[in-house]
Design a protein. Structure first.
Length: 401
């Protein structure tokens, strides 16, 4: 009986020890493992989504079995689609969720209130600095006006070359812009691009046409073609397809037009090898990897990604690799372009260059009483990551319907 009791006691003790060890092991693994959700408004057929997917892939490569990715694609911005996608991700155990479209803003903030234990990171959003202030709701975006200004420098160099070679007259230094919507982000972007062009060719003017869609190849291509017919010799874009670049290539090759393109979010050299000068894009990886590291370590996200703001918002530019120049087509660039480009990027990195300044007056198209004289520089992204410059320089930029 004594041996029987001894064996039983030993069994119980071993069981308790194993249970304790198992509990410690489980706790350690749950602390080192999280599920990360992504909510996409499109799929990888669009360049914008593909750039986020690229960051998602880097996240998986960087953290391996410490993370499990759950993604929802083609989630609409209207109605309850985003709320339902987020509910499903939370129910699946996600403790960190990235939502990538501006239109998700209200839904993501609602969800942050509903699920205080989950960290929500909204790309391109602008609600982090507005009440209610939520510690688990975050905004993030790269200072893309820097990339657009550099692309404007490159386009301006090409314009200058065309003028010097006699291919166009100085009075024909006209650039066109295919914009998605008349949002501050788009206005800030095309103005930054134009000011880059203008720093090289002071006579340059711009025509802007909106497509009222983020991603429609046919509409974007037709809009670019119209700008070309209106005399624009450089076409840039804040839209998501290669339509504008293809329009430039076809106009040059098939119709003998003098025209070049500047893309966005992706290199366009594969579809426009003789006319695509360059593109720029936001590199989302630094923030997404930093936010994930923070959640894994139980730290505040903005302490890891080093936010410049007092709110739960983050931004950076060339200085930290959040902005990239891609598709630089050295075969058709004007002489001296790379040197000028590198000089400008260096100025952004050391903080010595301000984009929105000069002898211009801008008017807010949504409130004509709101006017900004750029002799007083406008500091973009000073208070939030989402662009806020929303003034049309009417004397030199014409918005056409």
């Amino acid at each position: 009986m004594k041996n029987k009791y001894s064996i039983t006691a030993l069994t119980v003790i071993c069981g308790v020890l194993l249970m304790f060890a198992g509990t410690k092991f489980f706790q350690k693994n749950t602390a080192d493992f999280i599920k990360v959700g992504f909510v996409y408004n499109a799929d990888t057929a669009t360049a914008y989504t593909l750039n986020f997917f690229r960051a998602q892939t880097e996240l998986e490569d960087a953290f391996g079995d410490k993370v499990q990715i759950l993604a929802k694609y083609n989630i609409g911005e209207s109605g309850s689609a985003c709320d339902e996608a987020i509910d499903a991700l939370v129910k699946s155990g996600c403790s960190l969720i990235f939502a990538v479209s501006y239109g998700y803003g209200e839904a993501v903030k609602r969800s942050a209130q509903k699920y205080p234990a989950v960290q929500f990171c909204h790309a391109t959003g602008d609600l982090a600095g507005e009440e209610p202030f939520l510690p688990n709701y975050h905004n993030f975006m790269g200072t893309i006006h820097e990339g657009r200004y550099v692309c404007g420098i490159i386009a301006g160099m090409k314009l200058q070359e065309l003028i010097a070679s006699g291919k166009i007259k100085r009075s024909q230094a006209k650039v066109g812009y295919v914009g998605a919507f008349s949002y501050a982000e788009v206005i800030s972007g095309y103005t930054a691009f134009f000011l880059g062009v203008r720093s090289i060719v002071p006579e340059a003017e711009m025509i802007v046409r909106y497509t009222n869609t983020w991603s429609n190849h046919v509409i974007e291509k037709k809009t670019a073609a119209k700008l070309i017919d209106e005399g624009c010799v450089i076409i840039s874009q804040h839209s998501d397809t290669a339509g504008p670049a293809i329009a430039c290539e076809e106009a040059s090759v098939k119709r003998g037009k003098v025209v070049f393109s500047v893309g966005y979010n992706q290199s366009m050299t594969d579809v426009a090898p003789t006319t695509s000068l360059v593109s720029s894009r936001i590199n989302w990886s630094p923030y997404i990897l930093g936010a994930t590291e923070a959640v894994l370590k139980g730290k505040k996200i903005e302490s890891v990604v080093k936010s410049p703001y007092k709110t739960t918002d983050s931004a950076a530019g060339f200085d930290r690799g959040w902005i990239e120049i891609v598709g630089l087509n050295t075969h058709i660039l004007a002489d001296g372009t790379t040197t000028e480009m590198e000089k400008t990027i260096k100025q952004f990195k050391n903080g010595s260059l301000t984009v929105f300044k000069g002898n211009f007056v801008g008017v807010n198209p949504f409130d004509e009483s709101d006017v900004w004289d750029l002799r007083t520089p406008f500091i973009e992204c000073e208070k939030r990551s989402a662009p806020s410059f929303c003034y049309v320089l009417g004397d030199v930029i014409e918005v056409r319907n």
